[in-house]
Design a protein around this ligand. Structure first.
Ligand SMILES: C[S@@+](CC[C@H](N)C(=O)[O-])C[C@H]1O[C@@H](n2cnc3c(N)ncnc32)[C@H](O)[C@@H]1O
Length: 249
């Protein structure tokens, strides 16, 4: 993945992110609900905090905790309040054993999973709790299929299987690893609206082998027609396979 391009995309999207982040808010709420009701935390890291929706939930649930927000996109970070740091979550600028809750919602899929989880395990204090949401291989399959075979370029981010997340947690020495997956469907009026929403989120980078220019008109029409064949009463469906992962250090 081109980390710089990803960071720049999120940086550019900071102003529009909240207007299209319904799924991301829903996932933060699911992640909070997946944590044990009696979990205590005095120091918490939100890794890849974006504009801070998760931070609000965290502060409401653990009002006396020290909460640190980290993101590598300065624009995103500027929308948050409180203690914050511009940092890469694959190489966190904190000593070992700093936090007793590591929270990261829908950010790990942009990272090298093993590196990010190893860093999470390092900064978690013994007995600390890991709470991560990510996206699995069943994500945006409609979009992937609509673009399949039009050319030799990638048009959709390559999502990792949930087992890769579990393996990374086990390899990092985390315990009690629990994974649940859930399919969530969102609807868009048309394909252009879906692609616009992904861009407004900053989620339009697709990694290596990205197409450098625009699609030709005929190819675009073929892609659009393929997606249109999936239309339902609510609009064009976009499926997200949401992975919720908890573990202890
Ligand atoms: C889809 S947004 C999710 C934001 C927030 N957690 C939420 O639920 O709304 C992904 C965020 O992860 C950040 N991110 C991606 N890779 C990162 C990395 N390697 N280090 C730090 N932040 C990263 C992006 O800048 C972006 O703000």
């Amino acid at each position: 993945m081109n980390k710089r391009a990803i960071r720049e995309s999120f940086d550019r999207a900071a102003g529009s992110y909240d207007s299209v982040a319904g799924l991301q808010r829903q996932v933060c709420e699911l992640l909070l609900a997946a944590l044990p009701k009696d979990s205590r935390a005095n120091s918490i890291l939100d890794a890849g905090c974006g504009t801070g929706y998760g931070l609000g939930l965290i502060k409401a649930r653990w009002p006396t905790a020290r909460v640190v927000a980290a993101d590598f996109a300065l624009g995103m970070l500027k929308s948050t309040a409180g203690e914050r740091i511009c940092a890469d979550i694959e190489a966190l600028p904190f000593p070992a054993d700093t936090f007793d809750l590591y929270w990261s919602s829908l950010s790990i899929q942009w990272c090298d999973t093993q590196r990010a989880i190893a860093e999470a395990a390092r900064v978690l204090a013994p007995g600390g709790l890991l709470a991560i949401s990510s996206l699995g291989t069943g994500t945006l399959t409609e979009l992937y299929n609509a673009f399949a075979d039009v050319d030799r370029h990638r048009h959709v981010l390559e999502f990792a299987a949930d087992l890769a997340l579990a393996d990374a947690c086990n390899a990092a020495g985390l315990r009690n690893v629990r994974l649940t997956t859930r399919r969530i469907r969102r609807y868009h009026p048309d394909l252009k609206a879906l692609l616009r929403a992904l861009k407004s989120l900053g989620a339009n980078q697709v990694g290596a082998n990205r197409r450098p220019g625009l699609l030709g008109r005929r190819v675009w029409q073929a892609v659009e027609a393929r997606y249109e064949s999936l239309r339902e009463a609510e609009g064009l469906p976009a499926t997200y396979e949401v992975i919720l992962c908890t573990a202890t250090s």
